[in-house]
Design a protein around this ligand. Structure first.
Ligand code: GLC
Length: 479
């Protein structure tokens, strides 16, 4: 089986969020399961082509609207996956992926329409015979429009975050060759809505989020489109790449450890306290790594932190985000230097050391399609404290000190007081000898393998392929 996989970001070439990790790990897992996998992404100006060994393959021409554009296909092969890059100066040779400090690029619709068309256009010259095309998010959601109906080529669209839909002025629809009647949002055209309605199947990144997406509260206006897809819409949980996130073999951390010999974790905590200029005491160390934004729960995290900060607790936060939270958190860190260390930065190695050195990991997201942080935290034995939503709900279960079951702490509702209460419960367990280490070790034993997720996608591909064969026969019969 041969898959063409389209993603606007792929690790290590370009990343703004979790999509990039999936854009890498899922193709790897599919290839390991024996599939032929071709990944396509735009070649942004920031991709380090020389360092990554990306080479030019071909120059081609493609029209978009009334204009003809020259573009190059570049590529490289890694671990059995072929990566292809669409290089086009006007659209992609820029510093940003989606925008600059001034905001989103105004021509994003055109940029990604070009990307989708070029990826499909280049398949023939690359001699790729796809059995299925796997799309990710709005940037690739118009592909069902661009493949001929006759080919009956099945498409799977994975939604990583329903809030980002690619909704544009109807004028732009002409690039996509969409008619007025196909504009799904009155006078606006909505890329994600189009893909949700027209891909052969739609998936999202956890079963719980799939359910939430069909409600008014989480549906972002697309709930009815999703409900209509019936059994062709489902959630498949993401996995974690344990070759990157494993305290037993992590070169970035102070000491290695594992569930069967967890002692090294104490060293990692001491080293982290030292690095962050926090007193090297045995206070419970709580961390947050991620975007400092409302979606990630900042509006409840900040007040809960303010309440607890002077106690026997230490906080470490790493990330960047909204200017407002930068200000508030910087002021707090200045006031409580012994309890709160803040790094307004994007630092992958430091993130590793924070996971390894923390007792508790905070992820009180308002909504979370899947979430990667809690899975990483598990792997490093940092016990997750999460809101009961999406992938967080599918991966973390409430700890019971009596039954000695569960893997973390869930908020009773989305509020600062619920977060404070969950942290107080964690603190009391932390204070009781023995139980916390046992809980932390149970976390380390959790496994969310990409292999399992990949097999679910393969089953879905197989089903769609066999249905498309039937459809193709029908079309031929009609002739
Ligand atoms: C988005 C979601 C996140 C998910 C990731 C990968 O970033 O917000 O929850 O883990 O996509 O699917």
């Amino acid at each position: 089986m041969e898959v063409v996989f389209l993603s606007s970001e792929v690790v290590p070439f370009a990343k703004t969020g979790g999509l990039a990790d999936v854009g890498r790990a899922l193709p790897d897992a599919l290839a390991e399961a024996g599939l032929k996998v071709n990944v396509f992404m735009p070649l942004y100006g920031t991709v380090e082509t020389k360092k990554s060994g990306i080479k030019k393959i071909k120059t081609l021409k493609l029209s978009l609207g009334a204009k003809k554009y020259v573009y190059e296909i570049c590529g490289k092969k890694e671990k059995g996956v072929s990566f292809y890059f669409i290089k086009q100066k006007t659209f992609f040779d820029r510093e940003g992926i989606y925008g600059s400090s001034l905001g989103d690029y105004p021509d994003n619709a055109g940029r990604f329409i070009f990307f989708q068309k070029a990826a499909l256009h280049s398949l023939k010259s690359l001699k790729i015979k796809a059995d299925v095309i796997h799309l990710n998010d709005w940037q690739t959601a118009l592909v069902p429009k661009f493949i001929s109906k006759k080919s009956c080529l099945p498409t799977v669209l994975t939604v990583h975050n329903l809030a980002y839909q690619g909704e544009y002025d109807a004028k732009l629809a002409r690039y996509a060759g969409l008619k007025k009647s196909e504009l799904l949002y009155g006078s606006r055209f909505n890329c994600l809505a189009y893909g949700i309605s027209n891909a052969s199947a739609v998936t999202t990144v956890s079963p719980a989020y799939a359910k939430e997406m069909k409600t008014k509260k989480f549906g972002c206006g697309l709930e009815d489109f999703l409900k209509k897809r019936g059994q062709y819409f489902k959630g498949i949980l993401n996995g974690l790449d344990y070759s990157l996130w494993n305290p037993q073999s992590d070169p970035a951390i102070a000491a290695s450890y594992s569930a069967s010999s967890p002692e090294g974790k104490d060293k990692c905590k001491k080293a982290l306290q030292k690095e962050m200029d926090l007193p090297q005491t045995d206070a419970m160390l709580v961390s947050f790594v991620g975007r400092l934004a409302m979606q990630k729960g900042m509006d409840i995290l900040v007040p809960a932190l303010q309440k607890l900060i002077s106690g026997k607790i230490q906080f470490v936060m790493l990330g960047t985000g909204d200017a407002y939270y930068h200000r508030v958190l910087t002021a707090l860190a200045k006031r409580f230097p012994k309890n709160f260390a803040l790094r307004l930065d994007f630092d992958n190695d430091l993130a590793h050391r924070i996971y390894a050195g923390s007792d508790l990991f905070l992820m009180p997201s308002q909504y979370e399609p899947c979430g990667l942080g809690q899975m990483i935290a598990f792997s490093y034995g940092a016990v997750p404290v999460v809101n009961k939503t999406g992938g967080l709900m599918d991966t973390v279960s409430e700890y019971s000190p009596v039954k000695k079951t569960g893997t973390g702490f869930l908020l009773r509702d989305y509020s600062a007081s619920a977060l404070e209460q969950a942290l107080r419960k964690a603190m009391s367990i932390y204070a009781a000898p023995g139980s916390f280490r046992e809980l932390s070790v149970r976390c380390m034993r959790q496994r969310f393998s990409w292999k399992r997720s990949a097999l679910k996608y393969i089953r879905l591909y197989q089903k769609l392929i066999s249905e498309s064969v039937v459809a193709a026969r029908r079309i031929q019969g009609e002739k």
